[in-house]
Design a protein around this ligand. Structure first.
Ligand code: COA
Length: 410
C-alpha cells in the first residue's frame, strides 16, 4: 500500500490539491512517482504547535514552490501530511465523502485530511510552511554531509560510494592487484558495518583495476621480526576470524561484482555472498597447498556443499584454477557476462534489484542464512585454528620466500 501511495501521489497533488479533484494521472518519472522507503521526519511533530507568528500567503506560495524542488522524496507519510495540510489551509475542514475501501490511495489522502478535524485554516497554512521549511533544511544538511564525505575518504585502501539504493565498496589497491593487507581487512570490516546500517538496500564489493583481488597480502608476514612471530600469528588469526564473521553476519544482500581474477580469500569468501557476477575474463584460484596453507572463509564447508566434495577438493587441495564459466557451472558464480558489456549489464541488473523492497530482501536473506549461521561461525573458528598452525609450517615459510624471490627476480 505504501508503494501504491508513493507511485500514485503526483507531485502536483501536494503543491496543488486541485489535482485530486481533477483525478489527473501521476506525472511519469516525476519525483513523487519514484518508489522510496517511507521515512519519518521529526518535523511531523511540529504540526500541532500553534505558531506565534502566522505564515503569510506569500510564505505559503513560496513553500508550494519549494516543495516542487525537493531533491529527495520525503516518503509517503510526509507527503500525506503535506497534502492534508494543503487541503486544510486552502479548503478548510474535510467534508467530502469518504472514498471506498478499495480506493486505497484516495482513502489514505482522505484519512490524512480528515484527521486534521477543525484545525483553523491559518494554523494549517503555518504548519504547511513549517513542514516544508524543515524538509528543505534537512535535505540541504544531508547534501552538505554528502559533499563533505566526498571530499575526504576515511579509507586508505577502499573507495566507498553510494548510488541510489546501492552502497559500493571498491577494493582500491590496483597496483598490488587489490591484495588485502591488515589495514584493508580492518577497513573492509568498517565499511561492511557502515553499509549494514545505512539505508541502502544492496551492498556491492568490487575491485579497481584488472584484478578483483589477489587475496591475502603475502608480504605482510615477511616483515615480521622473529620475536614477534607468535603474537603476529595470533593477531592475524583473530583478525581473519573477525573478518569472516563480518561476512557471515552481514544483514543485507551482498553482491560481488568480480571485475577480474580472484585469488585465495577473495575466492573462498564468494560462497558467503548472495549474488556473484563475474566477467568472462576472471579466473578463480585457491593455491592453498602451494602456499602451505589451508582453506579459510568457511570454504572447507561451503565449497563441498555448493559444488560437491570432489570438485571442491580439486580447487581447495589441488589448486585447480577455474575459468569464470567453470566457476559458474560449479555454483560459485551466479552469472558470467562478456567483459565488453560486463559493467553495463551488471549495474543495470543491480539497479533494478535495488528498487525491490529493502526490508523484505533483508528478511529473506537473513532467513536463508539463519539455518547455517552457527555452523559457519564454528567452522570459521576451526579453520583459523588450523591456519595458525599452517602459517608457522615449513611449507608456508618456503612458499612466502619463493614469492618474495620471484618478485626480486622480475
Ligand atoms: N600479496 C602481496 N603482493 C601482491 C599480491 C599478494 N597477494 N598479489 C600481487 N601482489 C603485488 C606484486 O608483488 C606486485 O608488486 P610490485 O609491483 O611491488 O612487485 C604487484 O602486486 C603486481 O603483481 P605482479 O605479480 O607483478 O602481477 P602479475 O599479473 O604478474 O601476477 C598475480 C598477478 C596475482 C598472479 C601474482 O601477483 C600472484 O601470484 N600473487 C600472489 C597471489 C596469492 O598467492 N595470493 C594469496 C592466496 S592465499
Amino acid at each position: 500500500m505504501a508503494a501504491l501511495v508513493s507511485s500514485t501521489l503526483p507531485r502536483g497533488a501536494i503543491a496543488a490539491a486541485s489535482l485530486l479533484a481533477c483525478r489527473r494521472p501521476p506525472l511519469p518519472g516525476s519525483l513523487w512517482g519514484r518508489r522510496f522507503p517511507a521515512v519519518s521526519f521529526p518535523a511531523l511533530q511540529l504540526h500541532t504547535a500553534s505558531g506565534a507568528m502566522r505564515a503569510s500567503q506569500e510564505d505559503f506560495e513560496r513553500a508550494k514552490v519549494q516543495v516542487k524542488h525537493l531533491k529527495e522524496d520525503p516518503g509517503n507519510e510526509v507527503k500525506l501530511k503535506l497534502y492534508a495540510l494543503f487541503k486544510q489551509a486552502t479548503e478548510g475542514q474535510c467534508t467530502s465523502p469518504k472514498p471506498g475501501m478499495l480506493d486505497f490511495v484516495n482513502k489514505a489522502k482522505w484519512d490524512a485530511w480528515n484527521a486534521l478535524g477543525s484545525l483553523p485554516k491559518d494554523t494549517a497554512r503555518q504548519n504547511y510552511v513549517d513542514l516544508v521549511a524543515s524538509l528543505v533544511s534537512s535535505q540541504s544538511l544531508n547534501q552538505e554531509k554528502t559533499s563533505a564525505s566526498d571530499k575526504k575518504s576515511e579509507y586508505e585502501n577502499l573507495v566507498v560510494t553510494r548510488e541510489g539504493n546501492i552502497t559500493q565498496i571498491l577494493l582500491n589497491r590496483p597496483t598490488k592487484k587489490n591484495a588485502i593487507n591488515v589495514k584493508m581487512y580492518n577497513e573492509i570490516m568498517l565499511a561492511l558495518e557502515a553499509a549494514g546500517k545505512d539505508d541502502s538496500s544492496l551492498t556491492v564489493i568490487t575491485g579497481n583495476g584488472d584484478y578483483y583481488s589477489s587475496g591475502n597480502d603475502l608480504t605482510e608476514f615477511m616483515s615480521v621480526q622473529p620475536n614477534e612471530i607468535e603474537k603476529k600469528i595470533q593477531d592475524a588469526s583473530v583478525l581473519l576470524r573477525k573478518f569472516v564473521d563480518h561476512f557471515i553476519d552481514f544483514p543485507k544482500p551482498l553482491v560481488a561484482v568480480v571485475n577480474g581474477s580472484a585469488v585465495g580469500i577473495s575466492v573462498t569468501l564468494l560462497a558467503l555472498f548472495d549474488l556473484v557476477y563475474a566477467t568472462d575474463k576472471a579466473t578463480f584460484h585457491t593455491p592453498f597447498t602451494e602456499l602451505g596453507q589451508s582453506p579459510e572463509a568457511c570454504s572447507s564447508y561451503t565449497f563441498p556443499k555448493i559444488m560437491g566434495p570432489v570438485k571442491a577438493a580439486e580447487m581447495l587441495i589441488f589448486g585447480r584454477k577455474l575459468t569464470a564459466q567453470e566457476a559458474c557451472a560449479r555454483g560459485l558464480v551466479t552469472e558470467v557476462f562478456p567483459d565488453s558489456t560486463f559493467q553495463k549489464e551488471v549495474w543495470t541488473r543491480l539497479k533494478a534489484y535495488s528498487q525491490l523492497p529493502p526490508k523484505t530482501m533483508m528478511v529473506s536473506k537473513q532467513l536463508i542464512r539463519s539455518f547455517e549461521k552457527e555452523t559457519l561461525h564454528r567452522i570459521n573458528v576451526e579453520e583459523c585454528a588450523v591456519l595458525r598452525e599452517r602459517w608457522v609450517s615449513e611449507d608456508c615459510l618456503n612458499a612466502l620466500v619463493n614469492f618474495m624471490n620471484r618478485k626480486s627476480k622480475l
